[in-house]
Design a protein. Sequence first.
Lengths: 72, 488
Amino acid sequence: MDIRELQGYASFFMTIVLVMLLYGYIIYLYRSEKKGEKDYEKLGKIALDDEIDSKPINDSSASPSENKEQNK
Amino acid sequence: MQSNAALEYDYSVAKLFTYTTILFGFLGMLIGTLIAAQLAFPELNYLLGEYGTFSRLRPVHTNTVIFGFTVSGVFATFYYVGQRVLKVSMAESKFLMFIGKLHFWLYFIGALLATISLLLGYSQSKEYAQYEWPIDVVIVVIWVLWGVSVFGLIGIRREKALYISIWYYIATFLGIAMLYLFNNMAVPTYFVSGGLGNIMHSVSMYSGTNDALVQWWYGHNAVAFGFTVPIVAMIYYFLPKESGQAIYSYKLSLLSFWGLMFIYLWAGSHHLLWSTVPDWMQTMGSVFSVVLILPSWGSAINMLLTMKGEWNQLTENPLIKFMVLASTFYMLSTLEGPIQAIKSVNAIAHFTDWIPGHVHDGVLGWVVFMIMAGLFHMAPRMFKREIYSKKLLEAQFWLQTTAVVLYFTSMWIAGITQGMMWRAVDEYGNLMYSFIDTVTVLHPYYAIRALSGVLYLVGFLMFAYNMYKTMTSSRELSEEPQFRSPMA
């Protein structure tokens, strides 16, 4: 097996792995929202309510546990 | 950092890049129109001696519209959108303000030097990567400065979640950095030869087929990370904000993002179909190009669905019209590209005018429309004045839309005619046409393209005039508009 053939196989298997990762990500997104751990759709409001003094959707000064509460 | 009641977003760097977007847009499109006319009327090659020939001006056109107009637009919108979605002002960090201004001035001086170098004929002879090594070094410094701004603003943000546009801006930064560095790896011959020859000259570190592969991995992904990713960043902010409608599906925007990142980087070898690169690599390029429809349409459809129930805004607000048309042209060109990447179609399309036709329905219809709409949205907020003229905006929209349609339809016809004529053989297997036969047949289409260039350029001047009047003499606003941009 020469280097070109090896490259071909490497490319093929890497594609399979990346496809699995991408589908895994889709499942993760929907599952975490269904379980109530995350709310992705509320992040769309970041663009609409973007005044400098408006309340952040996810506050960076809040502690991780507070943010977890906010995400519910 | 604590909130401050008097704190405001600082748009000084965004304004500077807005000016260069307009300046380089005009210059790049002017040269584009001139070289389109040169293809139809060759005597126009002799206007300015060696500096006015097609071969000298074509790289000036492409580099000015890519690295001048588009990249300025990306920077301008980033320095505007970045602050707003991260809810942090540039004024809060003297360091970031300094970096932002340094970024601009180095960019401006670098752009002038780069353009002069191309006019003088210094070129690496790689498409969209013509700049010689000293210019490349300056570009790397400019890019790093932008990176400091991007990650610096992210570092001091109040909004913890990174809005989807920021993801796309980060991808633009990382993608272009990687592509630019690898494709421009070159050895300056002056230094390795002990002082022989021109100091500007260099030789690529790759050769032959490898060079071609790296070049088109770069070339195609420069389209990805220069003309797609940052423009998607813009539409994900400006369309929701202008219409007052949140993105239809935030999850779909995340999926499309990762889909685009995953697939785009593999599609570049479709530029080398039927060439000497390994067969599997050509097939991979074709397959990934077709799959690329999914994430591209994912973003575009997400944008169109954002307007669900609000389609009346399309008739009432010209900026929505610009953005919806931009999104539609994005769908058209991301369907057309994969069609051209199918091997059997490519056998006809390769090297023909269908290719510049495809590029221009993407850039004129999608990239330029979106950048202009973004700047029009920003103008009332940055200059605290309403947009000078709605009528001018409407007229510009229809003029430029007509120009884009004329451009791509003429190039479709020209390209397919050309491809068919090159392949045509008589009953004995001899080629039926010589090259000049095709040129004669294509002349009217080249003339139509030149005309479309003139129309588009006039539209761009209308945009520049409208922006200038908005900045200087339009009615002042007492408070910032929340969603829809006010216009007279």
